[in-house]
Design a protein around this ligand. Structure first.
Ligand code: ADE
Ligand code: ZN
Length: 335
């Protein structure tokens, strides 16, 4: 059990979320409300039945349900409502800043215009007191050609997102499949990130860095299988956006007690804690912190380090970053 002081610190400390798929914040209640609003048929009779289907065995078993859930998003207001609901939850968890992934191909493939997706999500970010920026993610199970077409369609709206990511089915879709489109995105001046080393091997982390030139690795927990890679990540202080509840739900680790978050910290890595797909994995930011700290021998100094890491790894101007880091330090100094 956590002591009261540590629990309260985890809840109230200022933090940034750097790994959240906005489509993964769609709660079953909102899925049903949007299905009704838009006249979309669902394969589940009730919220309870849908929630009962959230028993995943691996990443693909989750992605199949996650893409089906997103099928209720059709109008700009749908994207707005989903994003506004996430931001309200983030604010309640004392998230000061978040960098939000969205998967345009999931929507454009269903005939939803790119502008509908980006405008709805972006407008909700502008209306929130939480600082929020967007990262457009390519689906890696699709072709690089499809990613190029997606980039082309999104470029007229380029002032509304700051970065490019890579997600979806990892194994068999290595980073190098997207070498050319990431090179183009780098030329265009976007921040670059990629999911790597979630289910895929440590080699995918290396190629995400060396071929795609990403600045952060999403997940990256399998890096510890390669000592040289771990040493490099520590030396270069490449941030890993780790998602503990996700990792347990998708069976990367069988139990939270087996999660390697503390081992990653002890290896000197720039680890952050994030929620990934909170509506599907049993919790938002504070749930992730509390579940992790309950299962592993972590204390206040780890909490402060994780909060600091989250802002240090954010794509924010240096002055803004320092302001948040000072806020974290003042918070812990006052305990
Ligand atoms: N899309 C949404 N969540 C994801 C995850 N954890 N890994 C890969 N793709 C995703
Ligand atoms: Zn993810």
């Amino acid at each position: 059990m956590l002591n009261d002081q540590l629990r309260a610190a985890l809840q109230h400390m200022p933090k940034a979320e750097l790994h959240i798929h906005i489509e993964g914040s769609l709660e079953p209640e909102l899925i049903f409300a949007l299905a009704e609003r838009n006249g979309v048929a669902l394969n589940y009779a009730s919220v309870e039945e849908l929630r009962a289907a959230y028993a995943f065995t691996d990443l693909q078993s989750f992605l199949d349900i996650y893409y089906a859930g997103a099928s209720v998003l059709l109008q700009e207001q749908d994207f707005y409502d989903m994003t506004a609901a996430y931001l309200a939850r983030a604010e309640a968890d004392n998230v000061r800043h978040c960098e939000i992934f969205f998967d345009p191909q999931t929507h454009t493939a269903r005939g939803v215009p790119m502008r509908t997706v980006i405008d709805g999500i972006h407008r909700a970010c502008q209306d929130s007191p939480v600082s929020a920026t967007l990262i457009l993610s390519f689906l890696r199970h699709l072709s690089e050609e499809d990613a190029f077409a997606t980039l082309e369609a999104a470029l007229p709206l380029r002032d509304k997102y700051i970065g490019i990511g890579l997600d979806s089915s990892e194994v068999g879709n290595p980073p190098e499949k997207f070498a050319r489109v990431f090179a183009r995105c780098k030329e265009l001046g976007f921040h670059l990130v990629a999911h790597a080393g979630e289910e895929g091997p440590p080699a995918y982390i290396s190629t995400a860095l060396d071929v795609l030139k990403v600045e952060r690795i999403d997940h990256g927990v399998r890096c510890l299988e390669d000592a040289a890679l771990t040493a490099r990540l520590a030396r270069e202080q490449i941030a890993l956006t780790v998602c503990p509840l996700s990792n347990v739900k998708l069976r990367v680790f069988d139990k939270m007690e087996q999660h390697n978050l503390l081992a990653l910290l002890d290896a000197g890595l720039a680890v952050t804690v994030n929620s990934d797909d909170p509506a599907y994995f049993g919790g938002y930011m504070n749930d992730n912190f509390i579940a992790t700290f309950e299962a592993l021998p972590l204390g206040l100094s780890h909490a402060q380090r994780l909060a600091r890491n989250s802002f240090a790894a954010a794509f924010l101007p240096a002055g803004q970053k320092q302001k948040y880091l000072d806020e974290v330090d003042a918070f812990f100094a006052a305990l």
